[in-house]
Design a binder for this molecule. Structure first.
Ligand code: NAD
Ligand code: TYD
Length: 355
């Protein structure tokens, strides 16, 4: 039985990774380490918490002593590291918490793995793996519509969030070069799907449409994102964890670029149909608000390497993925209610009231 540590498993993507690994690989013992910040929610895992190969550990990756002890007490075969502060707007109002979690937290995990795995480092069969889950935002922004992010694209982070993720990527590579820690990194485009916290574009718009609240589009809504269904990301992580080459980086993307405004219009149309509202009702809620500072214009991934070398491709068409997402939110209004009560109200006021 191999023990695998998944960090951030109570969050959006992490919960889908935990679900996939616990259900598809009974031979693994999955340890979900999560501090349960505002973004972590054990409700996301209510369907797997009874499984014998699932274990929850509450803890903070910024606590080096605790992390060291966890690695000493458990002989982890692998780490899949997702725990992070993940929202660009929060990184603009509170950059240092991103340095702490994303940079210091990642360094703590790398350091604990280096110490615990010292007898295996440099061995050719690489009996361990530290998998770092990162973002395409480390590459900065694109302007030319013919350009795409490749694994070789120069890093050019432009927000405190992407700078902290870029820094963590550099630490991961440095531990590979310096200590021969067996690592692999993936950089993925924007995810969407069930359990997405409603501070991000798609779930925030779904929530506001349900509530008949204004739909805050930053600037003119011309920024472009490449959207991937979260279960496809979890499947890519599975493929890379099992077949990826140590020391390599893989870009993961949806080949699915949308201008924000077009996406919001599509959501309005879909939701009007689902909610039995007259066509055109929800788009009247669209409100243009002050743009995000340093707002990256376009992200777009070239995932050819992952397709050619490991055979991964997105499985879901966007129309189907978006419909599944909207259906999930409509069927899980209690989940939405729970995560948007309390502290969320204060966040929303602070982020949008004066915009
Ligand atoms: P999320 O914000 O939904 O979840 C993050 C999780 O990490 C939460 O469960 C939170 O409680 C936990 N966490 C935060 N700080 C912690 C700490 N100090 N110690 C332990 N746990 C802590 O994030 P997400 O959207 O699921 O993203 C997961 C990872 O994937 C992140 O590393 C992110 O950079 C990366 N990523 C996200 C996207 C996306 O579109 N969401 C795209 C590409 C890459
Ligand atoms: P977001 O979901 O925060 O992801 P990221 O900034 O990491 O790509 O935002 C996606 C896009 O939507 C981004 O261009 C910012 C824009 N946006 C809005 O227009 N309004 C909003 O309320 C939010 C949260 C985002």
């Amino acid at each position: 039985m191999k023990k695998i540590l998944v960090t951030g498993g109570a969050g959006f993507i992490g919960s889908h990774v935990v679900r996939r690994f616990t259900t598809q690989y009974p031979e693994y013992q999955i340890y979900n380490l999560d501090a349960l910040t505002y973004a972590g929610n054990l409700e996301n895992l209510s369907d797997v918490e009874q499984l014998n190969n699932y274990h929850f550990v509450k803890g903070d990756i910024t606590d080096a002593v605790f992390i060291d002890q966890l690695f000493q007490e458990n002989d982890f075969y692998g780490v899949i590291h997702l725990a992070a502060e993940s929202h660009v707007d929060r990184s603009i109002s509170d950059p240092l918490s991103f340095v702490m979690t994303n940079v210091v937290g990642t360094a703590n995990l790398l350091n604990a793995a280096r110490k615990a795995w010292k007898d295996d480092l440099g061995k050719s069969d690489a009996p361990r793996l530290f998998y770092h889950v990162s973002t395409d935002e480390v590459y900065g922004e694109l302007h030319d519509p013919n350009d795409f992010f490749l694994e070789t694209t120069k890093y050019d982070p432009r927000s405190p969030y992407s700078a902290s993720k870029a820094s963590s990527d550099h630490f991961v590579r440095a531990y590979h070069a310096t200590y021969k820690l067996p690592v692999v990194i993936s950089n993925c485009s924007n995810n969407y799907g069930p359990n997405h916290f409603p501070e991000k574009l798609i779930p925030l718009m779904i929530h506001n449409i349900i509530q008949n609240k204004p739909l805050p589009v930053y600037g003119k809504g011309e920024n472009v994102r490449d959207w991937l269904f979260v279960e496809d990301h979890a499947r890519a992580i599975d493929v890379i964890f099992h077949k990826g080459v140590v020391g390599e980086t893989y870009n993961i993307g949806g080949h699915n670029e949308w201008k924000n405004l077009d996406l919001v219009f599509l959501l309005c149309k879909t939701m009007d149909e689902k909610l039995g509202r007259e066509a055109g009702t929800s788009e009247k809620l669209i409100t243009y608000v002050t743009d995000r500072a340093g707002h990256d214009l376009r992200y777009a991934i070239d995932a050819t390497k992952l397709k050619n070398e490991l055979g991964w491709e997105p499985s879901l068409q966007f129309a189907e993925g978006l419909e599944r997402t909207v259906d999930w939110y409509l069927a899980n209004e209690a989940w939405l209610e729970n995560v948007t009560s309390g502290a969320y109200q204060k966040y929303y006021e602070g982020m949008y009231a004066a915009r």
